[in-house]
Design a protein around this ligand. Sequence first.
Ligand code: SF4
Length: 355
Amino acid sequence: MKEKFFTRTLLQWADEGNLRRLPWKETKNPYLIWLSEIILQQTRVEQGTPYFLHFRKTWPTLQHLAKAKEDQVLKAWQGLGYYSRARRLLACAKRVQDEYGGRFPREYEELLKLPGIGPYTAAAIASFAFDQAVPAIDGNAHRLLARVFGIDLPPHSAEGKRAFRQMGARLISKERPADFNQAVMDFASTVCKPKPLCENCPFSQACTALLENRIAELPRKTPPKEKKKRFFYYLFIHLPFGKYHPIRQRPGGDIWQGLWEFPLIELPRPLKAARQITRTRAWKELGLPEVAARICHVHPPLKHLLTHRELHIQVLEVEAQALPEPLKTTCLITDTKNLPTFAWPKPLEKYANRK
Ligand code: SF4
């Protein structure tokens, strides 16, 4: 297929009123464009939209967000997952405020230097806010371009990245780069979906994947890496003087940095029965044998998947006569009714929000 035909046809499709109307589309404000792009990374539009609206209301400008506390941002982010994105969002707001006088740079290369902004997000901001002709290549663009042009390379391989970037650069309209990037995303999300609607597609006469019956093969999948398994036993400790519980903030350098959790015992392998936790060294390290502590309830195990991890989590409720000494230095003691005010990792939310 001729590249000019692709660009012309796609923009025509956009001009026929097919672009999706979303709250962040009708703006050239780089702050709102950046905010929506960060929120929507690895998140569906339906899920991300209420978060975008909440962030926009709470922090209407970059200057407001740059002054926010990390805890507030993590709390507002709760439920979206991938919390490192929320931390980088705040770091980026502060950097733009401090180093760029509160204004996002216009150039793609300069945007790439900011925390949390990768090639796709930099291209989206540069094109949507500043009309720079830089193709925004995400998973949607990979699917559409791989199928139409028969690009037979895994998009995340070095070769694949180069091929898709070069193809995007040849296709993008220099006159209407924002419309072009938007049209690629929307066309791939609504027509060239994983299960495509080829009968409604203006490229059907020339699409390589359709003509060669290779839709299921394209885009090429990257073989998944094996996820590392981790085994978390959480102690939801009830202290004797009322409804109080020790909780702690997760340290840096690991998953869920800055979020809150119950005292954790992580083991290299699973126990046959969670109650056996009392026999582990980690139980002793928490100081639990020294105080009268008994397991009063064992919740069913659950599996939680992250990008590179498979977490096996079990929550045990423990009645303790006193706060174990080692926990005094690492934990904060809080009331049951305050538990929901902290930012928790997704699998612990239901315990923290329990009435
Ligand atoms: S013909 Fe089908 S596979 Fe090809 S671009 Fe259109 S929707 Fe996608």
